[in-house]
Design a protein around this ligand. Structure first.
Ligand SMILES: NC(=O)c1ccc[n+]([C@@H]2O[C@H](COP(=O)([O-])OP(=O)(O)OC[C@H]3O[C@@H](n4cnc5c(N)ncnc54)[C@H](OP(=O)(O)O)[C@@H]3O)[C@@H](O)[C@H]2O)c1
Length: 254
């Protein structure tokens, strides 16, 4: 039985909790959060503390707080020589204080408190300073996911960079699409089947093969029309940049 304590209880840690709570191989000993959080089901029976000096004993401590707070927070822990991990894609393992054994437990997914996720398919990227801790993190990951991978801090930084492109930037493009439709009193739902198929087809085609559209076809007339529609828009530059990138990649002159 792997004993786990959560340090911080935001989006990520509450989702990891949800998944680990259902596992028979793990036991959740305590939740720490710097501010009082009223825990509702399924968290209500788990011991909670906001007192950093009252953190209990466990095999793994999972820090789930903003990246720029990890260093100071991990240094402020009273623990010594415990396995303390963080859940960030972008922060290095060395961001953690060296007074404890350091590790990474990064679930590669986008988490929002109001959305349930199926953890079994989520890649969990692990790293540790020694092989015993790595195996412990592998067992912890395998308790909730079918896809646990060892990845160094350097490679994880690149993985996180790629994730920002395919998740955060793509989501920003949804925001732009939604705004353009809103100006015409059209519902965003009109775009949803297109968005679903775009995501679904890259399960069988490479992103290069899946690309369509005016830039890929070198359809100058349509491109000029779109640029005209974007004449006073802050998104014109973005459209031009994407079109130029696609042109370079697919080797056609615009
Ligand atoms: N969200 C995602 O989709 C996602 C995906 C993968 C990995 N991650 C990583 O997971 C980590 C947590 O992200 P999150 O989205 O779960 O964050 P979040 O929802 O914003 O959670 C913030 C948590 O951190 C605590 N906190 C904030 N500042 C703190 C500080 N200075 N000292 C101590 N505790 C502090 C908050 O406590 P209070 O309640 O008291 O404010 C809260 O419990 C980050 O490293 C992030 O990069 C996020």
């Amino acid at each position: 039985m792997i004993k786990v304590i959560f340090l911080g209880f935001g989006n990520v840690n509450s989702h990891i909790f949800d998944a680990l709570h259902k596992s028979r191989e793990t036991s959740i000993v305590q939740i720490f959060n710097r501010n009082y959080s009223k825990l509702t089901s399924p968290f209500e029976n788990i011991p909670f503390t906001y007192n950093i000096s009252k953190i209990a004993d466990a095999d793994v401590y999972i820090i789930g707080i903003p990246d720029d707070a990890i260093a100071v927070f991990s240094e402020s822990l009273v623990l010594q020589n415990k396995l303390v991990v963080h859940t960030s894609g972008g922060a290095a393992m060395s961001a953690l204080s060296s007074k404890n054994r350091r590790g990474i437990f990064y679930p590669l997914q986008t988490f929002s408190k109001q959305r349930k996720v199926d953890f079994t398919k989520i890649p969990i990227c692990i790293e540790a300073e020694n092989s015993k801790d790595l195996e412990l993190l592998r067992s912890l990951g395998e308790a909730i996911s079918e896809n646990v991978v060892e990845i160094s801090s350097e490679k994880r930084a690149k993985l996180h960079l790629a994730a920002v492109f395919v998740n955060n930037f793509v989501n920003h493009l949804y925001e732009i699409g939604s705004e353009i439709l809103k100006d015409e009193d059209l519902p965003f739902e009109l775009l949803q089947p297109l968005i679903a198929e775009t995501a679904s087809k890259i399960e069988t085609l490479s992103p290069e093969e899946a690309q369509t559209g005016p830039a890929r076809r070198n359809d100058r007339k349509t491109i000029e029309k779109h640029l005209h529609l974007l004449a006073d828009s802050p998104y014109r530059k973005l459209y031009e940049l994407f079109t130029e990138q696609l042109n370079q990649r697919h080797g056609k002159e615009l």
